[in-house]
Write a protein that binds this ligand. Structure first.
Ligand SMILES: Cc1ncc(COP(=O)(O)O)c(C=O)c1O
Length: 293
């Protein structure tokens, strides 16, 4: 809010609301909250964009937790939320249940026209936007299937099962468990590893080394900054995200992941931190190189 006042609405290109929250637990955004953001944007004439890649999971939580939505279907809830935005972006790899693609949807005809012009020189015509016809058809089907109550229930319950079982081993996670992932607190798992030695990245390596599990650090590798002396300003949390791909894993796969945490807990005091030996200028969490300390 402080920054918002300092910059002024005229200097803000857009407000993006990501449903669900991907960098802090996969927690849902309530309809009440989304409406409040939409109101602020409307009053200040700022474009309101919804990153809706997990809108079906978000709708599940609204249906089950928010008063007044218990009799609405997941799809009706998603439609209500999408009507609040001036535009939407979607990575279809999430709640469109496909392996590639995405889209941008814009209400304002002039803005849509300028996006289309840019699209032609980047991805291609608006009729396909860089996607194969087969992939667009799969997205159309996925967007229908994702609202199936049986699918959504299995999805949310199986992610919760993973989280509850990791938690029962004494490992702290962001709780309650969000829709698409379990977020493990590496700071409390490895209190002997300071933030500048990247406890989250150390856990990512341990999970891969012990169990072949691929996860991602959401901590000081991803969000840490350097001060003017090159000293790391750590991120507020040192998390590791265990994202669960949709329609891929069975119960026994998830049980395998849970078992790996026995070994993670058994060996936790011996784990050492890491140092960065190579890092790009931007988005270092994608390509930085590390060495063990
Ligand atoms: C909330 C959110 N938006 C956008 C993206 C980007 O998606 P893509 O990899 O399809 O570009 C991601 C990817 O994880 C995401 O989680």
């Amino acid at each position: 809010m402080k920054n918002y006042c300092r910059k002024g609405a005229a200097n803000i290109g857009a407000v993006i609301l990501t449903v669900t929250n991907n960098s802090g637990g996969g927690q849902p955004v309530s309809m009440e909250n989304a409406k409040a953001v939409a109101d602020i944007c409307r009053k200040n004439k700022v474009l309101f964009v919804i990153d809706c890649c997990r809108v079906a999971e978000n709708s599940y939580y609204i249906h089950h937790n928010e008063a007044g939505y218990e009799n609405k279907t997941y799809r009706q809830i998603a439609e209500e939320m999408m009507c609040l935005g001036d535009a939407a972006v979607m990575s279809a790899k999430k709640d469109a249940l496909v392996n590639m693609g995405g889209f941008l949807a814009v209400k304002d005809a002039d803005l849509a026209e300028s996006c289309k012009q840019l699209l032609i020189i980047t991805e291609g015509f608006a009729t396909y936007g860089g996607l194969a016809g087969r992939d667009m058809e799969a997205i159309a089907v996925g967007l229908q299937e994702v609202f199936d109550p049986g699918y959504l229930n299995y999805r949310i319950v199986s992610t919760r099962y993973l989280g509850e079982n990791i938690k029962s081993k004494g490992v702290n996670i962001i709780y309650p468990v969000g829709g698409h992932a379990v977020y493990v607190d590496a700071k409390s798992l490895y209190p002997h590893i300071p933030p500048h030695e990247y406890p989250g990245q150390a856990l990512v390596c341990e999970l891969y080394r012990i169990g072949g599990l691929r996860s991602v650090e959401i901590g000081s590798v991803m969000f840490g900054k350097y001060d003017s002396n090159g000293k790391l300003i750590p991120a507020p949390m040192e998390l590791v995200r265990l994202a669960v791909p949709r329609r891929v894993y069975t119960q026994s796969h998830i049980d395998y992941v849970i078992e790996i945490f026995d070994e993670i807990v058994r060996t936790k005091d011996k784990v050492k931190g890491l140092k960065i030996v190579k890092e790009p200028q931007f988005l270092r969490h994608f390509t930085a190189h590390f060495e063990p300390l």
